[in-house]
Design a binder for this molecule. Structure first.
Ligand code: SAM
Length: 236
């Protein structure tokens, strides 16, 4: 099974995910995520791996499953949102049953921490160009901006690609005003949470890294009482 751990804090891990980890024979995942659940894994078989080893991790998990063991492949947030669910279903043979246990994705955790920015239509875009060509990513960013979607940026900035977030901001500015509200949430629900409410104009003044989710409002998004809110159109 592929298990979503949520954004980090145990309170945000679903009871179904806790149960799944407790009941499995083996656990595999990125080492940082295994540390988050070390109290649940006890003396289970543990297979940890580093970043960008998703295909190896999926194959190892299937080898374990083929020995008639229940293996939990853990993934942060929701495993079906830039997580391990896809690659597992791509590499699995028909004989091994796969269950996907959902989790609270970073977009939900970050949104809750700054208000209600994604209460209306939104587009989620990862700024990692390891698997998606940069040209296609820019086209998606512009399409989302043109469509007036609230835009959630995952994987916004790493040391290896510090400038993607700058380009994304510039493209969005072609279709949105500089005072558009932007929420930047680092380590949402993972202890030491940091959050900033700023604007498209000023967003690059805040720290943005791979532990951050950035939410850019649409043309109607406002800041009210210290919270970002995107109207749904209710009349009151
Ligand atoms: C590979 S994606 C995995 C997303 C994950 N499957 C999910 O549903 O949240 C990693 C990105 O998710 C975002 N992220 C994950 N956990 C986060 C957290 N606790 N706070 C803020 N952003 C987070 C960051 O943008 C990070 O670069």
């Amino acid at each position: 099974m592929v298990v979503g751990l949520g954004p980090g804090d145990r309170e945000c891990m679903t009871p179904q995910a806790v149960q799944a980890v407790k009941e499995c024979d083996a656990v595999t995942g990125y080492e940082t995520y295994l540390e988050l659940i070390s109290d649940l894994t006890g003396d289970k078989e543990i297979v940890s791996s580093g970043m960008r080893k998703e295909v190896d991790r999926a194959r190892q998990a299937l080898e374990i499953a083929e020995q008639d063991k229940t293996v939990a492949v853990v993934s942060s947030g929701d495993p079906g949102v830039y997580g391990m669910a896809g690659i597992i279903l791509e590499v699995v043979s028909g004989k091994v049953p796969v269950e996907i246990v959902p989790g609270v994705t970073a977009a939900s955790a970050a949104a809750a921490s700054i208000g209600a920015p994604i209460v209306n239509d939104f587009a989620s875009i990862s700024l990692s160009d390891i698997l998606t060509p940069w040209k296609q990513m820019v086209e998606r960013i512009e399409a989302a901006a043109l469509g007036n979607f609230v835009i959630v940026l995952y994987n916004p900035r790493s040391k290896g690609r510090p400038d993607n977030i700058k380009t994304a901001r510039e493209v969005i500015l072609w279709h949105r005003t500089p005072d558009t509200p932007v929420g930047i949430v680092r380590k949402a629900n993972r202890g030491e949470e940091e959050k900033t409410i700023t604007t498209l104009q000023d967003m690059l003044k805040s720290e943005i890294d791979m532990l951050t989710t950035v939410i850019i409002g649409n043309s109607e998004t406002t800041v009210k009482n210290g919270c970002i809110v995107t109207p749904r159109g209710y009349i009151f």
